[in-house]
Design a protein around this ligand. Structure first.
Ligand code: TGC
Length: 398
């Protein structure tokens, strides 16, 4: 496993940008891409196999990600980096070329927890949490999914009850919550007599417990937890004041789903690059694998889908930066890019033969990670039905 870029790597990269997608990006965007790619090469690639094998989330690099401006990247004010949606997307792509678990950290922290506070918090809440979260000094998590409410968060069973003294009491359970066991603050969505509301729960509050889910076959360099909320009493000002109803969490999911469409292409690109290089170097029946027609067909099919997926992401990002993005368009990218990325990673694995099933090569690790990525933030099925509803006018969820 190498972490340095050779002339061949660079030539492969240049030759694989068939449509000159690099030409779609500004100098500032390309500079950011190079900085994040460098971070991934230096801090993630040399260690990821070990982290993955040992199910270790490298909390030690969280502050470095803050220093690089990756946390709450596209949020403005309150100490946040204030970068564009496209820049955030590029960073997500490069991070996920390292590993989905690390990109997921950035998504949960920035797109979900920080976004919820930024969009719906009081001034006091924003000032209290966002600057520290942007630096990586405070870690957040986002509790929406429940053991019995995944694709249908409207059926959530977690409750928030208001007391006569204005305090809130939360009871219930959340599942698959990224970072919860290392988080300082949890954004918890709960059903109240005033509809679904969001609450900021310091994780040292009595009655809050987060337990990492073990024996995962996917996203191993990342933490997902079960949360229990057992008579968790919060002050009146723990509520996010600016939103009621599911549009609150769904607006945050829009942000995370947007980043995922870019990130998935990073996992795909890394798998493709590994397969291409392997095919050029590996001799079989006296010539490089790359010289066989079936190998070339596999590589061409991969690179076409990567180029198309990045085009989808760039167009979506430009719409987002212009303030014209419809959530339906996010479903296009999330569905398409996750679906294509997992197929590319699996195809790349086939080119590595038996060597492809070890952690020495990234494609199967990426493919396993993408099982989670295509599932969270709306499964393939949910996004298909969101698009189906849009084009037919008929909802088919229920
Ligand atoms: P529906 O009736 O369509 O909408 C309810 C209200 O929400 C509004 N809305 C949106 N607002 C902003 N952006 C969107 N994308 C929105 N989609 C809907 C809608 O306008 C309405 O507002 P209002 O004011 O009229 O009440 O709701 P529905 O229940 O029929 O929706 C169906 C469906 C399937 C589309 C929705 O439930 C859905 O998207 N399900 C998937 C849920 C999902 O993605 N869950 C993953 C969560 S990830 C997680 O919890 C863990 S975080 C990751 C980690 O920690 O690692």
């Amino acid at each position: 496993m190498t972490t340095t870029t050779t002339d061949r790597d660079q030539a492969n990269r240049d030759n694989s940008d068939l449509l000159n997608l690099a030409g779609l990006f500004s100098e500032a965007e390309l500079e950011l891409q190079a900085a994040v790619r460098n971070f991934v090469d230096e801090r993630i690639r040399p260690n990821i196999a070990e982290w993955y094998e040992n199910a270790h989330f490298p909390v030690e690099i969280v502050r470095e990600m803050g220093d690089l401006g990756l946390l709450g990247m596209h949020l403005h004010g309150y100490g946040c980096p204030g970068r564009s949606a496209v820049e955030y997307g590029i960073a997500a792509l490069e991070l996920e070329a390292g590993d989905s678990g690390l990109r997921t950290f950035v998504s949960v922290q920035g797109s979900l927890a920080m976004s919820a506070i930024h969009k719906f918090g009081s001034e006091e809440q924003k000032n209290r949490y966002l600057p520290g979260m942007a630096k990586g000094e405070i870690i957040g998590c986002f509790g929406l999914t429940e053991p019995t409410a995944g694709s249908d968060p409207a059926s959530m069973a977690t409750t928030a009850t208001r007391g006569d003294d204005g305090t809130w009491t939360l009871n219930g359970a959340k599942r698959w919550i990224g970072l919860a066991s290392i988080a300082d603050v949890a954004v918890i969505w709960a059903a109240s007599d005033d509809g679904i509301r969001g609450f900021l729960v310091p994780t040292d509050t009595a009655g809050f417990t987060a337990t990492p889910i073990e024996q995962k076959l996917s996203m191993r360099a990342s933490i997902q937890c079960d949360i229990t909320l057992d008579e968790v009493v919060l002050p009146a000002d723990a509520i996010l004041p600016e939103v009621r109803g599911l549009k609150g969490p769904f607006s945050c999911l829009n942000e995370a789903r947007y980043g995922i469409m870019w990130g998935a292409m990073g996992a795909a690109r890394d798998s493709y690059e590994v397969a291409l290089k392997y095919a050029q170097e590996r001799l079989q029946f006296d010539k490089p694998l790359a010289g066989y027609q079936i190998s070339q067909e596999k590589l061409v099919n991969m690179v076409l889908e990567i180029q198309k997926g990045i085009l989808v992401a760039v167009q979506t990002g430009r719409l987002k930066d212009a303030g014209n993005l419809d959530p339906v368009q996010i479903s296009v990218g999330k569905l398409n890019n996750c679906r294509e990325a997992i197929a590319i990673c699996r195809e790349a694995r086939t080119m590595l033969g038996g060597n492809g099933i070890t952690l020495e090569y990234s494609p199967l690790r990426h493919a396993n990670n993408l099982e989670s990525v295509r599932t969270y933030e709306g499964t393939d099925e949910v996004h298909t039905l969101i698009l189906g509803r849009h084009i037919t006018g008929e909802q088919a969820f229920r």
